[in-house]
Design a protein around this ligand. Structure first.
Ligand SMILES: NC(=O)c1ccc[n+]([C@@H]2O[C@H](COP(=O)([O-])OP(=O)(O)OC[C@H]3O[C@@H](n4cnc5c(N)ncnc54)[C@H](OP(=O)(O)O)[C@@H]3O)[C@@H](O)[C@H]2O)c1
Length: 326
């Protein structure tokens, strides 16, 4: 079944099911991307991201290049997403880093480019350290003075320069979206947020619907992605795929619990970007839109909400200086 598309306010269409690239290890990233394209994925969600020691945009680009070279896809059939890291928020830093990320991918435009987090940190030159991560030096978190307005104006220049077709934001909440919408000449096409049954954020979803901003859910499997960091609450919670409610709904539809979790999001209009390095799993994740949950089932799953957020700085490292979601 073809992946449904979501029409963005920029006029472009975005596949509703895509592939997440966070924690896809460098040695396998090119093959994983190539295999995902072969399996039918067209959207890839990347970032200038720190994991272990390296980012993986170079290797992901190699996977894309191989698929294009072998005639599996054309560039224009892919939807490649990347993100602006916190240390590049100053207006004059935005275009140069986007050009570097495009060069890493081996492409000449992104389909969508997002502000990764609404926090500006001091610039770190890519020749000194790349990806730069959260800390300036040692444990030090050093803010920069860039406002979101300055950063967004530079993001808008990417569209004018043909470096990204659409632009958007990630990890923003309502207050900041309202502010951004006051001065945006180009409205954010998407908001990417942590979203799973333990963190539903219904009011934020309502706001986005009202404002015509498409929402992409990340970490759709909740704690699954965060157990490897030994986060206490991720380890203690029942994995969503083992939750009785999810399992019994999955049994009823003869689907996997993971597919139910993804369908709960897509049926409510969100896009999803599950990550799996395993081929059978990536295929099962992609095939998550060919059945429908009942309204009651959707309500029951939404009722599991506990307001539990995993992806925030204080869960990764001790910090008394960074409370993005306060
Ligand atoms: N904007 C942001 O700040 C932000 C933050 C986090 C994530 N993201 C994006 O969202 C993407 C997805 O989020 P995520 O990577 O955190 O987590 P996720 O997709 O919710 O979960 C990934 C974890 O679940 C496992 N898994 C995947 N499919 C499975 C299935 N069908 N059955 C059993 N286990 C399964 C994977 O293991 P295997 O690989 O071994 O299958 C991996 O450990 C990321 O890759 C990234 O692109 C964005």
């Amino acid at each position: 079944m073809a992946t449904p598309q979501i029409k963005l306010s920029s006029g472009y269409e975005m596949p509703q099911v895509g592939f997440g690239l966070w924690k896809v290890d460098n040695p396998i990233a090119a093959d994983v991307v190539y295999n995902a394209i072969k399996a039918g994925y067209r959207l890839f969600d990347g970032a200038c991201e720190w994991h272990t020691d390296y980012g993986n945009e170079v290797e992901c680009g190699q996977g894309v290049a191989r698929a294009i070279k072998e005639g599996l896809v054309k560039r224009e059939e892919l939807f490649i997403v990347s993100k602006l890291w916190n240390t590049f928020h100053n207006g004059e830093r935005v275009q140069p880093i986007v050009k570097k990320q495009l060069a890493d991918w081996g492409i000449d435009y992104f389909d969508l480019y997002l502000i990764h987090f609404p926090v500006a940190l001091e610039y770190v030159d890519p020749s000194v350290r790349y990806p730069p991560g959260w800390q300036y030096e040692g444990d030090e978190i050093r803010p920069s003075k860039a406002t979101i307005q300055e950063t967004w104006t530079a993001m808008e220049s990417l569209v004018d320069a043909g470096l990204s077709k659409s632009i958007g934001v990630s990890n923003f909440q309502g207050q900041l979206l309202y502010d951004l919408l006051r001065y945006a000449k180009i409205r954010p096409a998407t908001l990417q947020i942590e979203h799973h049954p333990y963190l539903v954020q219904q009011e934020l979803l309502n706001l986005c619907k009202h404002e015509g901003i498409a929402v992409t859910a990340y970490s759709s499997f909740g704690p699954a992605s965060f157990r490897e960091f030994n986060m206490e609450h991720a380890v203690k919670l029942t994995p969503l795929m083992e939750d009785q409610t999810i399992q019994s709904i999955a049994d009823k539809h003869s689907k996997a619990p993971s597919q139910v979790l993804l369908r709960w999001a897509t049926q409510r209009g969100l896009a999803v970007i599950p990550k799996s390095s395993r081929e059978p799993t990536m295929l099962s994740n992609l095939n998550c839109t060919d059945f429908d949950l009942s309204d009651d089932e959707i309500k029951t799953i939404s009722g599991l909400d506990r307001g539990i957020r995993f992806n925030q700085p204080s869960n990764y490292f001790p910090t008394e200086l960074l409370w993005i979601f306060a």
